[in-house]
Design a protein around this ligand. Structure first.
Ligand code: PEP
Ligand code: MN
Length: 357
């Protein structure tokens, strides 16, 4: 990590960047309000930090031995507000450091009529962002794979429906991208590029998606430690994309016998990630539990844990959904969840404010 002096010139910065690049690394340049920080990306042993430290305009240059640093709080202290985490803005909706943001919609986009109706109903319930899967990662090859599996034309048609529904009800849209060949197509329509749990380990996909320059929603793999999630997030930051939102969606349950939930929601991940990084974190209680009857409580618990938002699968008639019906709430239930979560968030804010007064 190379910290420039407050009066460092553009020439000073360029000189450092050139040396980083000549050493075979990439340079991630973060320009803060007062200071510029340069993060070398790659094998830092190849860079002579002692030499960098003697360059004009350089305040401090030191090797950081950590699997992630560009997303770390340590790094953010040079450009962010102390204590705060970053805010990702998408068409007027802001995730992070503010009211919880609700992402809602079906698991899979099934038809134009379905997504239009769900968009209208979730908007009325108070949702801010519309979700809907076009490429569904299913365990069985015989299960419905999403409209995207019908080829490029099918995928594009479904993306247009989702876009139309988002525009009609004034909500940004988020949808999962699977496979590097689909990245550009999805980026043409989506406001937020969602990388599903199963693809968290795909560095090439992560880098390709990050390069689209759109906000990225990265879900934790169900077998990944928090450190792995953060290490893989760094592949996105290393492409210069800082608009990253992380999502806790449950990990594989432990122990023999019935686990009662589809996954085990690791809510401690929320405050841990907030302490380690400056990134906003949301929770997906739908996949995290797999149970409609647990969504209200686990949504409240997520907000209590400090989540910046929630992703909740919603359908006007869960019984007719082709995918994940048992974990879907109705728009009416979504409204109650949102109301409770907003009240909880306000209560936490009030307590915190009073304590600091
Ligand atoms: C989804 O959100 O549509 C999804 C498939 O979730 P996950 O990748 O967390 O399983
Ligand atoms: Mn689903």
């Amino acid at each position: 990590m190379i910290i420039m002096k407050t009066d460092a010139t553009e020439e000073d910065i360029l000189r450092v960047v050139l040396l980083v690049e000549e050493s075979g690394l990439r340079a991630s340049v973060i320009r803060g309000e007062y200071q510029t920080v340069i993060g070398p990306v790659g094998d830092e042993r190849r860079l002579d930090f002692d030499r960098v430290a003697t360059f004009p305009g350089v305040k401090e240059a030191a090797r950081v031995e950590a699997p992630y640093k560009l997303i770390s709080r340590e790094y953010a202290r040079f450009f962010g507000e102390p204590g705060a985490h970053s805010r990702v803005s998408i068409r007027g909706v802001r995730i992070g450091n503010g009211d919880p943001v609700i992402i809602a919609g079906p698991c899979a986009v099934e038809s134009r009529q379905q997504i239009m109706r769900i968009a209208e109903e979730v908007k009325r319930a108070g949702a801010h962002i519309l979700r809907g899967g076009i490429f569904k990662p299913r365990s069985s090859v015989h299960a419905f794979q999403g409209i995207g599996s019908r080829g490029l034309a099918g995928a594009e048609e479904a993306l247009k429906w989702l876009r139309e529904a988002g525009n009609a009800f004034d909500m940004p849209i988020v949808t999962e991208v699977r496979g590097e060949s689909m990245v550009e197509l999805v980026a043409r329509y989506a406001d937020i590029m969602h990388i599903g749990a199963r693809n968290m380990y795909d560095q090439d996909l992560l880098a390709d998606v990050a390069r689209m320059g759109k906000p990225v929603l990265l879900k934790r793999h169900f077998g990944a430690s928090i450190e792995e999630l953060l290490s893989f997030s760094e592949y996105i930051a290393a492409e210069g994309n800082k608009d990253l939102i992380l999502c806790e969606r449950g990990i594989v349950p432990v122990g023999k016998g019935k686990s009662y939930t589809r996954y085990m929601l690791d809510l401690a991940a929320v405050p841990v990630i907030h302490k380690e990084t400056y990134l906003p974190v949301i929770v997906d209680p739908s996949h995290g539990t797999g149970r409609q009857d647990l969504i209200f409580d686990m949504s409240c618990a997520s907000i209590a844990a400090g989540a910046d938002g929630l992703m909740i699968e919603t359908h006007y008639n869960p019984a007719e959904a082709l995918v994940d019906g048992p974990q879907m709430v109705t728009p009416g239930e979504l409204r109650d969840i949102i109301e409770a979560c907003q009240a909880l968030y306000r209560m936490k804010q009030t307590v915190r404010r009073n304590r600091h007064e």
